[in-house]
Ligand binder design. Structure first.
Ligand code: COA
Length: 400
């Protein structure tokens, strides 16, 4: 039998400050319950100009190696999933490769498909290892994004920023993932996009919700087909479900939709939601949408809360990227994951964040508009943190 392949380590990174959703509601003249109950979000991470997608990716990846003790010199593939690229050509992964000091013998690239880009990296890494091409090496996948909609728009309360780093190996300490046991779905739709002239996303919000639900049904049907083809129907039985989380309520809607496909009523779906989904929404509700990393932020939240009791049980993962592409797959929590997750301190980055005022948040947004032409400035970040310093001679400069 082939060695198990899967997720060996996980770490998250968030910017140093956030906006409280109550403050945003007051500023926009909206009832706070619309955000906290209607969207199920309570805080929204806000990235300052020096906390660009490269800096956030490096912060998450450095934390992964520090907390897991994994060996940097064993990495043979480094993929960054992002829809907040810093260049049309040079990948975020190239900056990350240098900032981490990864080996030169390494396949390094960026994957873009809206919020689906990180999952593309994860599944490619699983297949890279399964094929034998990895030759005993590991794959580092980092999802990093800054979610931006226009000020005062319906999308504004569903912003966020952050990164999630994942290490895939053939000796996974968190989840085993079986190559090929996944369900794909794709369709050309116009639900959300980020035109080249704009940092803010353009979104047909209510249409995007429907596209997400259609993709969930499609990917789930493909998964059932794959499970039947691989004589693995037991893979449909899962203990917990993590969905892509643009905002918590979307995951609740997704769960109702999936349960309806299984013939369950809305009341039955809401009952199972508390057990199967709610633990994965704790961290996302304090960070907001981080696009590519949102599903894996949900997984971090679940493992942080329940890894020990889930050992030997299956977790379903649904990834959706507008445009659109989606995948439904499963992982099995490894024996010993509970004790190991404690050492990873997955939610520690949420501690000691600063609460911004509305005026500070709007000033940060304004500064971010011109950040890609900003001349190099003195470091603003903490001593040992990677920071984007500005542009010199057309080159992006980072404090390592
Ligand atoms: N108290 C409690 N709930 C309230 C409320 C209040 N005072 N006011 C409204 N709500 C509820 C609504 O009933 C609705 O719940 P439902 O979805 O279960 O029906 C929810 O809050 C959202 O209200 P709605 O009027 O639909 O919000 P909106 O038109 O302002 O936009 C989005 C919501 C998600 C479409 C918008 O934030 C958006 O475009 N986000 C970006 C795109 C996105 O994230 N898409 C997800 C799929 S990828």
């Amino acid at each position: 039998m082939q060695n198990p392949i899967g997720l060996d380590a996980l770490a998250i990174a968030v910017p140093e400050g956030y906006l409280d959703m109550g403050d945003l509601a007051a500023a926009r003249g909206v009832a706070p319950s619309k955000y906290t109950e209607g969207l199920l979000v309570s805080k929204m991470a806000v990235a300052k100009p020096h906390e660009d997608p490269v800096a956030l990716a490096a912060k998450a990846a450095k934390r992964l190696f520090e907390t897991s003790g994994a060996d940097l010199s064993k990495v043979g593939m480094c993929v960054v999933g992002t829809e907040t690229g810093v260049d049309h050509s040079k990948p975020v992964a190239a900056y990350l490769h240098r900032l981490l000091g990864l080996p030169e013998r390494c396949r390094v690239y960026e994957a873009k498909h809206a919020c689906f880009g990180g999952t593309v990296g994860v599944l490619s890494a699983i297949e890279w290892i399964a094929s034998g091409a990895g030759k005993g090496r590991t794959a580092l996948i980092v999802c990093t994004d800054i979610a931006r909609y226009g000020l005062g728009t319906a999308g504004e309360p569903t912003q966020g920023a952050g990164a999630v780093a994942l290490l895939i190996s053939e000796k996974p300490r968190l989840l085993t993932i079986e190559p090929g046991l996944d369900g794909s779905y794709a369709k050309d739709v116009n639900d959300f996009w980020r035109p080249l002239y704009s940092k803010d996303a353009v979104v047909d919000g209510h249409h995007s919700v429907q596209c997400y639900l259609d993709a969930l049904a499609g990917a789930y049907n493909s998964f059932k087909q794959a499970a039947a083809e691989m004589d693995h129907r037991d893979a449909l039985n899962v203990a917990r479900r993590c969905y892509h989380v643009p905002y918590g309520k979307m995951a609740k809607k997704a769960h109702r939709h999936l349960m309806a496909l299984e013939g369950k009523t809305e009341a039955e779906a809401d009952e199972s939601y508390n057990l199967e989904v709610a633990p994965s929404l704790r961290i996302p509700s304090q960070v907001g949408n981080i696009y590519t990393g949102s599903l894996y932020l949900a997984l971090a939240s679940l493992l942080d809360t329940e890894a020990e009791s889930l050992e030997g049980k299956r977790v379903a993962l649904f990834s959706y990227g507008s445009g659109c592409g989606a995948e439904y797959y499963v992982g099995e929590v490894v024996k010993g994951a509970g004790a190991y997750v404690k050492a990873l301190k997955l939610s520690q980055p949420l501690e000691n964040r600063r609460r911004y005022t509305i005026a500070e948040y709007e000033a940060i947004r304004q500064a971010d508009n011109d950040v890609d032409r900003k001349p190099v400035e003195a470091p603003q970040a903490a001593q040992n943190e990677v920071a984007f310093l500005g542009v010199e001679n057309e080159r992006r400069v980072y404090k390592a």
